[in-house]
Design a protein around this ligand. Structure first.
Ligand SMILES: Cc1cc2nc3c(=O)[nH]c(=O)nc-3n(C[C@H](O)[C@H](O)[C@H](O)COP(=O)(O)OP(=O)(O)OC[C@H]3O[C@@H](n4cnc5c(N)ncnc54)[C@H](O)[C@@H]3O)c2cc1C
Length: 442
């Protein structure tokens, strides 16, 4: 199959856009990827925990070994009392993942992930266009026109919006949807209820325990740290006094970051170390303060535009699942698109495309919503300050901690084993003691 007359325009060169580019290349579907920055490669970025089912997806496109080489070792998770620094729970469920599924958890720096995805993309010189900010999209009966800030106009068959939470494609799509249906459509449904800092600091004289995810809670903020011998990676989240929409607070000044860090300084991150100790040793040039938005779109597509990744479902980083469910949505979309193009005319009609996009949303919506809702419940729980939250953390959680039962077997059975793959690529992959479930039919 060679769908040269059906060109996909991917907007956004983050991990989701780049993964999609791989899936389309493997399906021999013509595409171009547009990224507004001067390069998709960026030296700075947070740590992303890649779950085993997602590592499997990445194995299918041939980058697993390279990702393993740069992953940060992780064996355990400890929940810390943010007031006293005491250890409340200690679980080792990460260790059993490779045995359960054949793939380990891989904590990766976003720049490493993006570099490897981009580096392995075939024909990237001609397929990826940087400094290409999309400012408008128009749809016609048999295609789309995408307008860039430099007034270039690109033509294609469909647009896939993978441009993240601060998303132009979504607002353009929502406007078209409102115009077409007259329905009350929320143009920007993503709202921040939490803000925080992510960054890295020297661990040389701090000596924070390596290969352990430390989660400090019970102080009103949650602080997660993962250390190697040299470096500690951290992310903090605190409720905002007033919910914030738009891009406000997206990248705060150093002064605002310092003021925020000062409020967290006394919070214990592990026995004997407070956040202030980490902040004093942190690299202020690479640290970022963000309003972490959340929202879940009701309609993931309209006409010839379809959205994927943070553009559709965005939670806070607290449960470390944002990229995982985004990449699984991207794989589901690629499966549906490939199937459509393999079984229908060269340039399928808008009606056929609409059916395909609807099936994509139906395949993914329930699982994504469940993960998103769990994330919302977790962030409320870990930032709550009440005697109930304290009692839960100290006396109930140690007994009902899902991560400790059978070395994480419940998480393996309920979540990890249901991972998607690309159905049009012959793939054996690795297998552990918990069998992968069969995927839904196309
Ligand atoms: C602190 C932090 C920690 C996290 N930890 C985890 C974790 O442990 N595990 C996990 O699974 N997830 C984690 N996440 C979430 C994860 O990082 C995101 O889900 C993921 O990066 C989303 O990828 P994306 O490609 O959809 O969007 P992005 O990474 O936001 O990429 C979007 C791209 O689109 C480009 N773009 C935007 N607008 C335009 C335009 N108009 N024209 C052209 N290009 C445009 C942007 O420049 C950008 O390159 C974390 C997030 C944060 C903030």
């Amino acid at each position: 199959m060679d769908n040269k007359s059906f060109r996909v325009i991917i907007i956004g060169g983050g991990p989701v856009g780049l993964y999609l580019a791989h899936t389309l290349a493997l399906a021999q579907i013509d595409y171009i990827l547009l990224e507004r920055q001067a390069s998709v490669l960026n030296k700075n970025g947070h740590l992303i925990f890649i779950w085993p089912q997602t590592v499997r997806l990445l194995d299918q496109i041939g980058v697993h070994e390279q990702l393993r080489e740069v992953a940060i070792p992780l064996h355990a998770k400890k929940r810390i009392d943010g007031i006293t620094g005491g250890v409340m729970t200690n679980s080792h469920f990460w260790e059993s993942m490779e045995e359960n599924h054949g793939y380990a958890f891989l904590p990766l720096l976003r720049p490493d992930l993006v570099r490897i995805l981009y580096g392995n993309l075939p024909d990237k010189e001609t397929r990826v266009r940087t400094s290409a900010e999309v400012v408008d999209i128009q749809t016609t009966a048999n295609g789309v026109r995408v307008y860039l800030h430099d007034q270039t106009v690109l033509r294609g068959a469909i647009v896939i919006g993978a441009d993240g939470v601060h998303n132009r494609t979504r607002s353009l799509m929502q406007t078209l949807l409102r115009r077409a249906t007259g329905a009350a459509v929320d143009i920007d449904p993503m709202v921040a209820h939490f803000h925080g800092i992510f960054g890295r600091a020297s661990n040389k004289d701090l000596g924070i325990e390596q290969a352990v995810l430390l989660e400090s809670r019970g102080s009103g903020s949650v602080i997660q740290c993962t250390a190697t011998r040299e470096t500690v990676h951290f992310v903090t989240l605190t409720p905002l006094p007033v919910a914030a929409a738009g891009r406000r607070g997206h990248q705060a000044t150093l002064q605002k970051m310092e003021a925020h860090a000062a409020l967290l300084a006394d919070i214990a991150v592990c026995p004997g170390v407070q956040f202030g100790d980490i902040w004093r040793r942190s690299d202020k040039n690479t640290a970022r303060k963000l309003n972490q938005k959340k929202g879940f779109l009701t309609c993931w597509h309209h006409d010839r535009i379809v959205l994927v990744g943070d553009a559709v479902h965005k939670g806070t980083s607290v449960n470390g699942l944002g990229l995982t469910y985004s990449l699984h949505s991207a794989a589901a979309l690629a499966n549906k698109l490939q199937h459509l193009l393999a079984t229908s005319p060269t340039n399928p009609s808008t009606v056929l495309l609409d059916g395909t996009f609807r099936r994509y949303q139906r395949t993914r919506e329930a699982e994504a919503k469940q993960i998103w809702c769990n994330g919302r419940a977790i962030i409320r729980q870990v930032t709550a300050v009440s005697w109930m939250a304290w009692f839960w953390d100290h006396y109930i959680l140690p007994w009902v901690d899902i991560e400790r039962f059978g070395w994480g077997l419940l998480i393996s059975l309920l979540l990890i084993r249901h991972g998607h793959t690309l159905l049009y690529i012959p793939f054996e992959g690795r297998q552990g003691s918990v069998r992968w479930t069969r995927q839904p039919k196309l």
